[in-house]
Design a protein around this ligand. Structure first.
Ligand code: GLU
Length: 385
């Protein structure tokens, strides 16, 4: 058989997706496991959104959509970006994609030439560097530190800028650290994009899941340089519907849509009508988001308190639904620690592919009962070390 491409051979499969699939499989086999792996809300999609999908089906809205999305949803997106993010966006500056992931994937395909550098802030979500490399780019890591709450230092970012810098990826609230970047930091990063003429890729998928602090969209300051990426998955518990979206300069959005036209054609039409309901029925959606946010806040507090009671260390997250746990009490590295925890009945994601060495990522998008069980199991594993 002829071999595989160099490009694909150089690509690591997603650790978050792989570890989650493994946890689901173990549970299917009857293993008693608390899975803190999934970066997905455990709530069901709100009923009004599901009803909109049923309506779309009944009305026969089952055909191809334009590559950038149905016009009704693009109008609603422009309105959402204006209303919630203070971004002056026209409908033709928006695109609907197959999850936030395809928005990012298409974006890197659209803006990167071989050797172009993209600054990623470590610890980072596992897929950024892989997508950059897949598009021929070179990820350049800039550290964020636990002692600084994993908030980036714009001076450190500035030192990483070269003539080849094409983009900087920011993700606030952050996966996997839970950091919410202060407005001044995001403003400073937007100024760097303007001064050095590179794109700012702002992944805002967790914008509604903030427990302390406020969300700020840096695209306000650098509209011609910023691509804002978001999606329905985290806000409306719609991970399986695969609807992401983005806005930015018209030429970039058009190029991203061209990539879709030659790959996926368009995202799922029925899911787009459902997302339109999620974005436009503001009263019902706001109630859902607030309910979910309060549940995550309680779970975060329960988890942090429990961890500190058994002597484990974690930087307090202000947003998203992740905690990075220091694994030094469990094992010499995070991979061994994750194995030990799995043997002890808790599935977690080792920090390795996030560049969060010496840490594992816990997702608290699960019930308080599961979190209590996980804490008991952590304590039991610790006793055995
Ligand atoms: N973003 C989520 C996570 O980090 C979902 C899985 C993925 O696409 O990475 O777990």
């Amino acid at each position: 058989m002829r071999g595989l491409s160099q490009r694909v051979k150089g690509m690591k499969p997603s650790a978050t997706v792989a570890v989650n699939a493994k946890a689901l499989e173990l549970r299917r086999q009857g293993v008693d496991l608390v899975a803190l792996t999934a970066g997905e809300p455990d709530f069901d999609t709100p009923e009004h959104v599901k009803e909109a999908a049923r309506r779309a089906l009944a009305q026969g809205k089952t055909k191809y959509a334009p590559p950038a999305g149905i016009p009704e949803l693009r109008e609603a997106l422009a309105e959402k970006f204006r209303r919630e993010n203070s971004l002056a966006i026209a409908p033709d500056q928006t695109i609907v994609t197959v999850g936030g992931k395809q928005a990012l994937f298409n974006l890197f395909q659209a803006i990167l030439d071989p050797g172009d550098e993209v600054i990623v802030l470590a610890p980072y979500w596992v897929s950024y560097p892989e997508m950059v490399r897949f598009a021929g780019g070179v990820p350049v890591e800039v550290e964020t530190l636990p002692e600084e709450g994993f908030v980036p230092d714009p001076e450190r970012v500035k030192r990483a800028i070269t003539a080849r810098t094409k983009a900087l990826v920011v993700n606030s609230p952050n996966n996997p650290t839970g950091a919410v970047y202060p407005r001044e930091v995001l403003e400073a990063l937007a100024r760097l994009a303007l001064e050095h003429d590179f794109y700012l890729v702002s992944d805002e998928i967790y914008e509604h899941l903030i427990y302390e602090g406020e969300h700020f969209s840096p695209g306000q300051l650098a509209p011609e340089h910023t691509i804002t990426v978001n999606g329905a998955a985290k806000a409306f518990a719609m991970t399986g519907w695969r609807i992401g979206y983005a806005c930015g300069p018209k030429a970039v959005i058009k190029a991203m849509a061209d990539v879709s036209s030659q790959s996926t054609t368009s995202p799922d039409t029925i899911a787009q009508w459902a997302t339109l309901e999620a974005l436009t029925n503001q009263e019902a959606s706001r109630a859902f988001i607030e309910m979910a946010r309060e549940a995550y806040r309680r779970r975060r507090d329960l988890l942090l308190k429990g961890l500190s009671e058994i002597g484990l260390k974690a930087v307090r997250p202000s947003g998203a639904f992740y905690v990075l746990l220091d694994t030094s009490p469990f094992a010499e590295d995070e991979v061994k620690a994750a194995e030990r925890l799995l043997e002890g009945g808790v599935a977690v994601v080792p920090g390795t592919d996030f560049a969060a060495f010496g840490h594992v990522r816990l997702s608290y998008a699960t019930s308080e009962e599961n979190l209590r069980k996980a804490l008991e199991r952590f304590a039991r594993v610790l006793q055995r070390v």
